[in-house]
Design a protein around this ligand. Structure first.
Ligand code: AMP
Ligand code: MG
Length: 395
């Protein structure tokens, strides 16, 4: 059996960062920038007023000044400011030639068409051309994941179609004769398909594109037909049928499609029957059907893979520090490497973790509230209330 860390290593070794494509700013949130973004102009592009007030010459602050015009944001005053003159100015407006300071309006007395400066020693209130950024400066370096501030910086640099890694394209085959869609009533031996919804939501949160999702019966021939007509994809996920039961078709399906299996079992609880395979650049997973296994396997392997495909950074899920909440029941240690879904909340600046009371790994509704994954130490270790722990945050 492959260890959890070896399995992730194998997956990341087989993967490569995806190519980049220009995308409109409105679609770039969360994507990874692939080219340094540089300022196309000085910022600010001109000396600009930082206040509503009057632009004038500092040597004139003790004299009566004649008002000769206005400079507003988007509408500069065209002439120069001469000796004994001033211009009404507003925040963001260009400071007219000749003026070397702005006096804020609270520090001015108006006398008809003239003004007098009441506080002659105030600051200049001018934002100098290029004081934020010079033309050609890098405003967002390549490799940055684009959040709201980075998108705004690209916009200010005049970049409306940044080059970012394209979204990983994922195809999802969901196997199981027992499965019915969420909107359908249950009869006999049926259960609702919750994994389709779970995987779609997890992929969306990981910046991946679910290009197709098909529910199929546990029949190899039908599965082959479905698989061969899938649109182009980077990652194939097969839910259910990952084990070696009579109806488990995921691995035979992958082999019949020309995939090479790299591992077929992981020393993991839940999620032992996880299999991973590749076909040239395509990556495929047979995911054990239990919903809790799905969630755990996604956090441990698929989330880091999808991050790598986009960022090119190969990294295991980051571990945060916390402690087990009071009144938590002890978790059973297991010979297999165990990861327990938990709820992390911050109390007094500390992450407190409550392991979820899962009846079994088939307990889909038992995952409600899960936002953390707790590694359980092997026997004779245990996790008791109040104990310091490391955990994986699963936002
Ligand atoms: P399997 O891996 O196909 O043997 O499935 C393991 C368990 O997960 C069985 O109890 C299945 O009924 C259940 N299961 C499989 N697929 C789904 C699904 N899409 N949604 C909810 N439960 C599932
Ligand atoms: Mg099944």
């Amino acid at each position: 059996m492959t260890s959890v860390s070896d399995a992730l290593q194998v997956i990341l070794t087989q993967a490569a960062q995806l190519d980049s494509t220009p995308v409109p700013l409105a679609q770039a949130l969360g994507r990874v920038l692939r080219r340094d973004a540089r300022a196309d102009a000085d910022s600010p592009p001109f000396d600009a007023s930082a206040m509503d007030g009057y632009a004038l010459r500092r040597t004139d602050v003790n004299t009566l000044l004649r008002l000769i015009g206005t400079s507003a944001a988007g509408a500069a005053f065209s002439g120069p400011v001469g000796k004994g003159e001033c211009v009404r100015i507003f925040t963001g407006a260009p400071v007219p030639a000749g003026a070397d300071c702005v006096v804020k309006q609270e520090d001015i007395a108006r006398e008809g068409d003239s003004i007098r400066v009441l506080s002659p020693d105030g600051p200049s209130y001018i934002r100098r051309r290029g004081e934020n950024r010079r033309t050609g400066d890098i405003v967002v370096p390549a490799g940055t994941r684009l959040g709201p501030p980075e998108l705004a910086a690209l916009a200010s640099a005049g970049i409306d179609r940044p080059h970012t890694t394209r979204a990983p394209r994922c195809a999802h085959l969901v196997t199981g004769n027992e499965l019915v869609a969420p909107g359908q009533p249950l009869t006999g031996a049926q259960i609702r398909d919750s994994n389709s919804t779970l995987i779609a939501a997890l992929l969306a949160g990981a910046g991946a594109e679910l290009i197709t999702q098909i529910r199929i019966r546990d029949e190899l021939a039908a599965a082959q037909i479905a698989a061969e007509s899938l649109p182009a994809h980077d990652v194939l996920l097969i839910s259910g049928g990952a084990s070696v039961g009579d109806h488990d078709i995921a691995r035979p399906l992958l082999e019949s499609l020309g995939y090479t299996l790299h591992f077929q079992q992981v020393n993991l609880r839940p999620g032992k029957p996880l299999a991973f395979a590749t076909r040239s650049a395509q990556l495929a997973f047979a995911l054990p059907g239990n919903p809790v296994s799905h969630w755990v396997v996604f956090q441990l392997f698929l989330a880091p893979l999808l991050r790598f495909l986009q960022s090119g950074v190969a990294a295991a899920p980051e571990l945060l520090h916390g402690r087990i909440a009071a009144n938590s029941r002890p978790l059973p240690a297991d010979a297999r490497q165990t990861f327990w879904p938990a709820r992390a909340v911050v109390h007094g600046g500390v992450h407190e973790l409550t392991p979820l009371p899962l009846a079994s790994s088939g307990d889909s509704a038992g995952l409600v509230g899960a936002n953390a994954l707790l590694p359980v130490p092997p026997p004779p270790g245990s996790l008791a209330a109040g104990q310091s722990v490391e955990f994986i945050s699963c936002p």
